[in-house]
Design a binder for this molecule. Structure first.
Ligand SMILES: C[S@@+](CC[C@H](N)C(=O)[O-])C[C@H]1O[C@@H](n2cnc3c(N)ncnc32)[C@H](O)[C@@H]1O
Length: 137
């Protein structure tokens, strides 16, 4: 998929667990999530008793700004996935609609947790020097 800007798009705890093959032992260690964006891994893992800190350029924005940007880009991403649906392997996610539901659920969970997580030091803004990050093009 070709995107002209970095977009907020977040995975669930289960997707992270599968993607990084996280064992119970791993989840008992301190975890730093780099580029976690609006994933729900931090909030889900915290609820399960893990110690997670996330860093991402998008955390420089207010929760309302991140929500607005998610709402803006979500239809565009879904359209692009739908156009090329036959190029993806639909195993853990059964359809484009299933993908959209899982991702939106993860991002909604992140948004609901973001302010409390910032106060608790679980989300930290990260501004890489070499990358110009544009939430609003
Ligand atoms: C598509 S999202 C994926 C979020 C999460 N990792 C997931 O898999 O659900 C990509 C994230 O990378 C972040 N990002 C982009 N450039 C970055 C950089 N140079 N350093 C750290 N994070 C970056 C963006 O802000 C965005 O939140």
């Amino acid at each position: 998929m070709k995107l002209t800007n970095v977009v907020p798009w977040g995975r669930s705890f289960e997707e992270y667990q599968a993607m990084f093959e996280l064992s119970d032992d791993d989840l008992n260690k301190k975890i730093l999530g780099c580029g976690d964006g609006p994933a729900s891994f931090n909030v889900d893992a915290t609820e399960r008793g893990s110690q997670v800190a996330s860093c991402d350029p998008v955390y420089q924005f207010q929760v309302g700004e991140i929500r607005r940007r998610i709402d803006e880009v979500y239809p565009e991403i879904m359209t692009k996935v739908r156009q090329d649906a036959d190029k993806y392997i639909w195993e853990s996610l059964s359809s484009v609609e299933h993908l959209g539901g899982v991702r939106m659920n993860a991002m909604s969970k992140f948004l609901a947790d973001f302010e409390a997580g910032c106060q608790q030091g679980r989300y930290a803004e990260w501004r890489p020097k070499s990358v110009s990050f544009l939430l609003y093009p």
